[in-house]
Design a protein around this ligand. Structure first.
Ligand code: ZN
Length: 626
């Protein structure tokens, strides 16, 4: 059920004299209650955020003014915002009259409620600064960048980190339009997840950049990056931002953005965000990519030199529909963002590169899904449900496992198989249209599915409720099997049995090589590893996916040359997907592995983002030992 509560009562346009904004509905059903936000949106909600900020690279602080438009229910006296470590200077109404406010008790996951007494104000103005250790912001030294001469700053809002630099209601179900002015040192460029409005205005040693998002978005999608970055166009509505040192190879690797956008539109309808640009971040970026609207943030580890890892772009672009257009109302339904996106990603890959490549990627994801079930504690574990039950005591990051991605995609494939691709595609396209710019819950999706696509008999055959609310992988899950992999698996078996290196598909696609390495037994004689390394150079390859698969195998065997390779790999990038399992592998490998992990982590840790640090601290017991 969808209740556009206050918006219906007050009309769809907020009575703000300056800018008329579209107000997105909120959901007020119990399953849409967000335990990870202090906001009480049914009483008073933020509809628009205007930021006027300056980034101070000396003190690692962002400071300035946030002006919030508030839509309050009749009689509501307060608005409750989310705050994590902000230094509030003062809060006033639009005329400058002080408003009383209170910062409540601090919780280490959620931060604190910031309750502002409105005294009738429809606009509140907050003067504040972020803390130097704001969780959303990573301030990089010049040494941590590719160019080595200028500092860099980027934000990562998902899941609940933006409250450490923006005082607003930080809940994915409370969509807000926004605009921002960002002042930065004049040798740097600021980019954001919205459209630029005009050219930067430069005074003395600072330039001010302006951006705007006139479509209501979940607040975790407000993103900022500042650095020595340059732009290269890849077509009329697409282009690449990167440090000058990285830009040429990034622009080649991701040079086909226009084709990606066209393929996505061909599947599920118009791209609604104007531009689609990709910002390639410095190597400490903890994720593969982040789907910030109009500007995907991407890891440089996806640059393989041969466009073999561009499924990352397909994924982040697909989020322009699933996640950014239709958004999980709470983090319990994270799979609505990631499962849909993983499915859509694979359809884009199929449209652009053919079924052989798409099937290989889907088959690898199936293997990942089974591993994630095992990691979660087996098929009976609650965390293998699509709909999660993260109460307020758990960090929503806990829910962000591969289950949401791969089990979610497998569910949609199972529906597709039941109803046929034509019916499924028509439904999914209409689903995005009908729910555009709105939050969604699992229950909302299932109700829509049952009323617009499936007959009761079909819903029963598929078992749609069990798929969403029960643990494990249902027996009818569609497993896409790659036609290319049986030969790869046979080659791995033959090599493990002592066959010659000439039988190894070492020059095949990245996906086949990765599959080959992961199919080898975890224990191999040193000379068998050395033969592979000599023939194919996997110990030093610049292809991060192959390097990662190789290091897992080589470290499991204490293959000596892997020590230096692991150190180089782990100190040159901080993508959590690669970093965490390799440290885990070392920690599981006895005394030598433990020592190697500690040696490497001591050098690598200062260069990692907080998100990666938290995970590896836990794996290595770093905090206890240091
Ligand atoms: Zn994603």
């Amino acid at each position: 059920m969808r209740i556009p509560a206050l918006a219906t009562a007050l009309g769809l346009v907020l009575a703000s004299p300056a800018v008329a904004q579209t107000i997105a509905p909120i959901l007020t059903t119990p399953d849409a209650h967000d335990p990870h936000s202090y906001a009480r949106p049914a009483e008073a909600r933020v509809t628009h955020v205007a930021l006027d900020l300056a980034a101070d690279f000396d003190t690692h602080v962002i400071r300035g003014i946030a002006t919030l438009d508030i839509l309050a229910a009749p009689g509501a006296k307060q608005v409750v915002l989310d705050d994590n470590g902000l230094k509030i200077v003062n809060i006033t109404d639009a005329a400058g009259k002080p408003l009383p406010y209170l910062v409540g008790a601090v919780d280490k996951i959620h931060g604190a409620p910031l309750t502002v007494t409105l005294n009738g104000a429809k606009t509140i103005r907050i003067a504040y600064a972020s803390s130097p250790d704001a969780k959303a912001l990573q301030w990089l030294t010049p040494a941590q960048t590719a160019g080595k001469t200028q500092p860099f700053l980027f934000s990562q809002g998902e899941a609940i980190l933006n409250r450490s630099w923006i005082p607003t209601q930080d809940s994915p179900g409370i969509r807000q339009t926004w605009e921002a002015k960002i002042a930065v040192p004049k040798q740097l460029t600021a980019v954001m997840s919205g459209l630029a409005t005009g050219k930067p205005a430069c005074v003395a040693d600072r330039c001010t950049f302006q951006y705007k998002m006139d479509k209501p978005v979940a607040p975790y999608l407000i993103a900022l990056a500042v650095g020595d970055i340059a732009f290269k166009s890849t077509g009329p509505r697409t282009g690449i931002w990167a440090e000058p040192a990285t830009l040429p190879k990034a622009a080649y690797e991701f040079g086909e953005l226009e084709k990606f956008v066209a393929a996505a539109e061909g599947l599920y309808g118009p791209y609604r965000w104007g531009r689609y640009d990709v910002l390639v971040l410095p190597p400490s970026f903890p994720f593969g990519g982040m789907e910030n609207p109009t500007l995907t943030f991407a890891t440089p580890t996806a640059i393989a030199g041969d466009r073999s890892l561009v499924s990352l772009i397909a994924h982040e672009l697909a989020h322009s529909w699933s996640g950014n257009l239709v958004t999980n109302a709470t983090w319990d339904d994270f799979w609505l963002n990631e499962g849909f996106t993983s499915y859509f990603e694979n359809r884009i890959m199929e449209a652009l590169y053919g079924k052989r490549r798409a099937d290989m990627e889907a088959d690898l994801a199936w293997t990942d899904m089974l591993a994630a079930v095992k990691d979660a504690g087996g098929p009976a574990a609650k965390d293998t449900q699509l709909h999660l039950d993260l109460d307020a005591s758990r960090d929503p990051d806990d829910g962000m496992t591969q289950i949401a991605y791969d089990k979610g995609a497998a569910f949609l494939r199972t529906i597709e198989k039941q109803v046929g691709r034509a019916r499924w595609d028509a439904y999914l396209r209409s689903y995005f249209d009908r729910h555009a710019f709105q939050p969604q819950t699992s229950a909302g999706f299932l109700a829509d599915l049952k009323s617009k696509l499936l007959t009761p008999a079909e819903a029963k055959t598929i078992g749609v409720d069990a798929w969403v609310y029960s643990p494990g992988i249902p027996a009818n899950a569609v497993h896409v099997t790659s036609a290319a992999f049986p030969a790869v698996d046979a080659a791995a078996k033959a090599y493990a049995a002592g066959g010659p290196v000439s039988g190894v598909p070492g020059k095949a696609t990245t996906q086949e090589i990765t599959r080959f390495i992961t199919q080898l037994p975890r224990k191999l004689p040193t000379e068998r590893l050395k033969a592979l390394d000599t023939a194919f150079g996997w110990n030093t390859t610049g292809n991060a996916e192959i390097r990662f698969a190789w290091l897992q195998l080589a470290l499991a065997n204490h293959y000596a040359p892997a020590d230096a390779s692991a150190e180089q790999f782990l100190t040159s990038q901080g993508r959590r997907k690669f970093v965490a399992p390799l440290f885990q592998q070392m920690m599981d490998s006895g005394d030598w592995g433990h020592k190697l992990a500690m040696d490497i982590y001591g050098k690598a840790r200062p260069g990692y983002h907080a998100v990666t640090q938290v995970t590896v601290d836990r794996i290595t017991g770093w905090k206890l030992m240091n």
